[in-house]
Design a binder for this molecule. Sequence first.
Ligand code: BEZ
Ligand code: FE
Length: 303
Amino acid sequence: METGSHSGPHPVSEAQQRVEEKLVQNVLDSFERCQDPRLKQLMQSLTRHIHSFIREVRLTEAEWNAAISFLTAAGHITDDKRQEFILLSDVFGASMQTIAVNNETIDNATEATVFGPFFVEDAPEIENGGDIAGAAPGQPCWVEGSVKDTAGNPIPNARIEVWEADEDGFYDVQYSDQRVSGRAHLFSDADGNYRFWGLTPTPYPIPHDGPVGEMLEAVGRSPMRASHLHFMVTAPGLRTLVTHIFVRGDELLKHDSVFGVKESLIRNFEEQAPGTAAPDGRDLGGLSWARTRFDIVLAPTGS
Ligand code: BEZ
Ligand code: FE
């Protein structure tokens, strides 16, 4: 990412400021006849922010060209499998800020975090106690918990989608062989509880072989995400929750490349020594495994 050199800020004369402010006003005025009040608000506010950014940093033409080249490259790499603009939003924290604005903390409701690009509709259904891993390599991990509303009432039959990367740091959709692994959906039982086998989450990089990766490299930032397991939980009359759980002790918790970590979502993943009996009697072949608990609280719809 080459932006050219810049001679640094210099004083801007009053006459020059008037020229710049007049342009901002002209652009704002151009949206005045917009019939949709919300669209008008969005466009005028965006205009103010773009112009104040350009004026604040005294953007050079070389920098403007570099930005256009960057966006063009992001467009070229984007297709139905790769969404570079969402990645860009993610690494700026814009995705997390939009989630924060739209999912205000309600009482004890579980906090939301970034969706990510690896969710797939129609993942296989498993029974409670089933295994989402399929052929994905990794340490088996028993995950259990409850689904309740903010008043503490258990929610039976909540739909719980779960998905995660394998121990090599890849989601099934990143392989070219059409495998389905590390993902499934299940329903909470009559008491609002759920349980399944997954894999102990491991860290992995966001896709960084494109312009966003190049930008991270240029600014000395890592593409790594803290280890996590994704959840999306839906139930009638309750706000859909899109979230993850993170692994306590993971060194990347403070450096997640998409700013997705929230303290309330960090869980203990308790390592179980080889030979420790599994909760459901599963034969783990003498290997170690882990277990964690995630109690989910759904906010009311419209909150
Ligand atoms: C993920 O968690 O899968 C993810 C989130 C944001 C960007 C890339 C990946
Ligand atoms: Fe992920």
